[in-house]
Every structure is written in structure tokens, then in C-alpha cells.
Design a protein around this ligand. Structure first.
Ligand code: GLN
Length: 535
């Protein structure tokens, strides 16, 4: 068994260059060559995890199978490579410090003065190495959040410097930078890249590979110049041009030999370049799928990244149904009985999105009511499912005050209630029902037909649940509880069989949909929305 190799992905010049996509693409390409890989993200902020962050700060919170609330880049890692990430794949400065401080309190450091170097940097290194050793990975790709030069990233850079020094060829750095095009001068500028590399060199890190993000094609001249000024081999300078679809990135990186350059730098034997057959077939299918299917996302965060995994799942499902998914955000805060018909007009299906708190709740109930009574395919996810349940109680069961305890603590008709084990929890961070739980499907249900299996596992992130006291009433009136957790008896799925597609899940299926393994619920929802459109 060869020893684990470490690839550190850093970013310079500006943020949002797509380090997550590049890390995922490298993972994909190495995997295609038969390597066992994983991808890890270090975020330099002090929060223990992004679970308590408002989506406007950092976009969606992605949940791993083992219940860690993580950065949305982990979603890219899973969607590209099909790996299952865990707690160990997501680390923040806050967690590193917490672990060091806990050790200090236990007396583990035997009276030493605790410092950033070596204690914090050792803890960072331990978390990187441990991941490689624990699962015998051939490659651990570690993405460092933020931009070079940020005060917060300094300890991470020092840890990388040390690991490169200790491990030689087994640790390499890929630096992602930006080459802007100045319209007035008609020129592409490499200076920011040179400065960013100097910044890395000043902390003792010589990048091994450079990926240049650019909106214009870079000729060999520019690549040669960057290579010469930054001490990087010419074949190790590749470009990442804007592409219509992020899933094309691995193919473009492979065409430029990024994977070969990585292997050469690590001293690995280089075998023939693999085909990426199924991946390319997906891209081909996507390109040919030009007919549109329109899906409305009813939610409260008017930000692309807030519902990232849901968007990707719907768009993948569109491709597999040979359609192009066009998503429209519908702000639930603005929805009223009067404008709902107009706001939802033209949508072939509606997703009622997850969320927390009071804001935008009424609009979600109004949307669920409209789509139920107009038989529009509707997918309620987590809070979305809870809103379907509340709407049904108010308008079918006749409980006008029906609500969730999250919204109204004193409601008599608490059709959505706080979970027993959540009642005494006061800490907000990491205390919800999190991660994968088993769910058993009722065999006579639509959902069972969709999954083709009785036992499923899906990931959760919530505090509230369907109140089983009302189950019989719901079922008598046509909303069925068709999925349950076998241990806790919690209701995980509701559906109305008479309608075209009206399914709510307490879990988040979007966390499990990948490019090569799209999720059955999203596939079937889109398929039905297409049929709905054709009628
Ligand atoms: N706020 C709801 C709960 O905690 C739903 C959470 C969600 O949509 N992820 O139960």
C-alpha cells in the first residue's frame, strides 16, 4: 500500500474563483485513474461549523451522513465524485482552537505555553494526516477556504509549509488565481497572479501547480510568462475558463493534463488517460436537452447558493429526463392569496423549500394550498413538508389555527411539534436531528414505487416533526404518512395519492443526489412535471 499523498488547494487574488469545483474535479480525475481519494475543507472562520450561519453569509449548509453541518463545497465533492464525506472532511478554525483548548484544560500539554505555532498548526496537521491514514486514501485533497493574505489563513499556510517540508513529493500545492481582462487596454493581466504567488512564497510555500481562472482564453505566451515568473513548470500552469456548466470542468482539466501534472509532481507512475465515459455521456445528454421544464422554488433566501443542493438535484434530474431545468425563485414573503396564481403561473412544478423561523412561512402555506387545489406537482422539503402538513390541517381538517410549535408555541393544533429529545436543548449549534436515518416505506405508496425499495436512508436537519396524534385524521382525509423511522416512529414522508405529485419529506433528499447517481425522488418529480406540462 503506497503512502497517502496530500494536495493542498489554495486561492489567491479574489474569492469565489471556484476552489471547490477545482478540488472536486481533481478528485474526479484521480478517481478515474483508480485512486482512492477524499476531499477535505478547512474554513478559516471561528464558528465551530456553518450550522448557525445565516444562508446569506455562506449559502447552504450541507449535511454529511454522520450529521456534520458543513460548507456547501462538500456538496460539490459528493456530487462530482460520489464519495461520502464525514465530520473529518470539514474543519474550521473554531473547531481546531476548541480541540486545542479542550486538550489544554485536560492537562494534555503538560504545562507548556500554548501557541499558534506549534500547537494550532500541529492540530491542523493532525486533522489532515489522520484523514489519510484512517481510510488508507491514496490522495487527500485539502481545500483551504478564504484567500491568500487573509489574516485568518496564516496558521493553515504554516501547516501546509511544514507538511511540504516533511513529506517532500507526497505533499503538493495547487494555487488557483485570477487573470483579469482589462477591456480598455485590451489585455489580460498576470500581475495579480504574480503577487499572489509571491505572497505564498513569502510564507515559504512554492506552488507546484497553478490554475488560472479567466474569462478569456489564455494563449501559451501568458502561460509561459506566468510559469517563468512564478517558478512553476509550464505543463503545471493550466487555465480554467468560464464554462456553461460546472460539470465540464473535470473534462477541461483532463484535456490540459492537470491530472498528469499532479501525478508527475507526486512521483507517481503515469498510465494512459482514462475515458470518463459515463461523465461525458451525462454532459452530452445535458447539451442535447434543450426543451425547458420550469420549476418554481418557493423560499425566503433570494440567493443562488442558499438552495444549492436542491438546484443541482433538480438540474441533474432535468438532464436525465432530457430536459433543461429552468429554476425561478419565488419569494415566499411576497406571496399572498391574491397574487399566488400570478406568481406561480408558468411553473410546471413547485418545490417548497426548507428553512427556519417565522419569516416567509405564510407564503409557503399559501403556495402549498394553491398547488394542492390546482393539482400542480409539488415537492415539500423539510420545512416545506411541514408547511404542506399545516396547510392540510387548516383547509381540509378544519383546524384554522393549526401550526408548528416553531412558529406558534401555544397553538392547540400543533400538527408539527418539537421532538421529545429536542425539548430541553438550549444550545443552537449542532443539536438538531442531524445526519442519515433509516426510513421504512409503505409498500402501497407512490414513494415506494419511486424508490423501488422498502428501506431507505436519508439525511436530516430539523428540530420539529409531524405530530403522530393527528395521523389517523390525516389518513382518513387523504394525506398519507408513508415513510417512518423504525426506531422513533417519526413520520418522514407524507403524500396525497390522488394528486399528480404531492410529496413532502422531512429529510433532505438533495444531499444525496450526484451527477452519476441522481436521486429517484427528483427524477420522478421532474418526470411528472414534464408530463404535467404536456397536458
Ligand atoms: N425549521 C424546521 C425544523 O427545525 C425545518 C428545518 C429545515 O427545513 N431544515 O424542524
Amino acid at each position: 500500500m503506497a503512502e497517502t499523498k496530500y494536495i493542498f488547494v489554495t486561492g489567491g487574488v479574489v474569492s469565489s474563483l471556484g476552489k471547490g469545483i477545482i478540488s472536486s474535479s481533481i478528485g474526479k480525475l484521480l478517481q478515474a485513474r483508480g485512486y482512492n481519494i477524499t476531499i477535505q475543507k478547512f474554513d478559516p472562520y471561528i464558528n465551530i461549523d456553518p450550522g448557525t450561519l445565516n444562508p446569506y453569509e455562506h449559502g447552504e449548509c450541507y449535511v454529511t451522513v454522520d450529521g456534520m453541518e458543513t460548507d456547501l463545497d462538500l456538496g460539490h465533492y459528493e456530487r462530482f465524485t460520489g464519495i461520502k464525506t464525514t465530520k473529518a472532511n470539514s474543519m474550521t478554525t473554531g473547531r481546531i482552537y476548541k480541540s486545542v483548548i479542550d486538550k489544554e484544560r485536560r492537562g494534555d500539554y503538560l504545562g507548556k505555553t500554548i501557541q499558534v505555532v506549534p500547537h494550532i498548526t500541529d492540530e491542523i496537521k493532525r486533522n489532515i494526516k489522520q484523514l489519510g491514514l484512517k481510510y488508507n486514501y491514496d490522495f487527500v485533497i485539502t481545500e483551504i477556504g478564504g484567500t491568500i493574505g487573509d489574516i485568518e489563513s496564516a496558521p493553515f499556510l504554516e501547516a501546509i509549509r511544514q507538511m511540504k517540508w516533511e513529506l517532500g513529493k507526497r505533499a503538493i500545492n495547487l494555487h488557483l488565481t485570477y487573470v483579469p481582462y482589462l477591456k480598455a487596454a485590451g489585455e489580460l493581466k498576470t500581475k495579480p497572479t504574480q503577487h499572489s504567488v509571491k505572497e505564498l512564497q513569502s510564507v515559504g510555500i512554492q506552488p507546484d501547480l497553478l490554475v488560472l481562472r479567466t474569462e478569456q482564453h489564455l494563449g501559451d505566451g501568458i502561460r509561459k510568462k506566468v510559469a517563468a515568473f512564478c517558478n512553476v513548470d509550464f505543463d503545471c500552469v493550466v487555465q480554467s475558463e468560464d464554462l456553461p456548466c460546472i460539470y465540464e470542468v473535470p473534462v477541461k482539466m483532463q484535456e490540459q493534463g492537470l491530472d498528469v501534472a499532479i501525478l508527475r509532481k507526486c512521483g507517481e507512475e503515469i498510465k494512459p488517460t482514462p475515458e470518463l465515459g459515463p461523465w461525458k455521456a451525462f454532459l452530452e445528454r445535458r447539451k442535447n436537452a434543450t426543451e425547458e421544464i420550469h420549476i418554481g422554488l418557493v423560499g425566503k433566501y433570494d440567493l443562488q447558493d442558499a438552495y444549492k443542493s436542491i438546484r443541482e438535484s433538480l438540474s441533474q434530474a432535468g438532464t436525465y429526463n432530457d430536459h433543461k431545468t429552468v429554476l425561478t425563485f419565488i419569494n415566499s414573503e411576497e406571496l399572498t392569496e391574491e397574487n399566488v396564481a400570478e406568481r406561480l403561473a408558468g411553473q410546471d412544478g413547485i418545490v417548497v423549500c426548507p428553512g427556519f423561523g417565522q419569516r416567509g412561512i405564510d407564503g409557503k402555506v399559501i403556495a402549498a394550498h394553491y398547488t394542492r387545489t390546482h393539482n400542480i406537482p409539488t415537492f415539500g422539503i423539510c420545512l416545506g413538508m411541514q408547511m404542506m402538513v399545516i396547510e392540510f390541517a387548516r383547509n381540509v381538517l378544519g383546524y384554522k389555527d393549526a401550526n408548528s410549535r416553531e412558529i406558534d408555541e401555544k397553538t392547540i393544533h400543533n400538527v408539527i411539534d418539537i421532538m421529545e429529545e429536542q425539548k430541553n436543548i438550549t444550545n443552537m449549534g449542532g443539536t438538531m436531528r442531524l445526519g442519515a436515518y433509516e426510513c421504512v416505506l409503505r409498500q402501497d405508496s407512490r414513494t415506494f414505487e419511486i424508490y423501488h425499495q422498502e428501506h431507505i436512508q436519508e439525511r436530516h436537519r430539523h428540530r420539529y416533526e409531524f405530530n403522530n396524534d393527528y395521523e389517523k385524521e390525516y389518513e382518513k382525509n387523504g394525506m398519507m404518512c408513508v415513510g417512518r423511522n423504525p426506531e422513533s416512529d417519526l413520520v418522514e414522508i407524507v403524500e396525497i395519492p390522488g394528486l399528480k405529485w404531492y410529496i413532502g419529506t422531512q429529510f433532505h433528499p438533495e444531499y444525496q443526489s450526484t451527477v452519476l447517481n441522481p436521486h429517484p425522488l427528483f427524477l420522478d418529480f421532474i418526470k411528472t412535471a414534464i408530463e404535467n406540462k404536456q397536458k
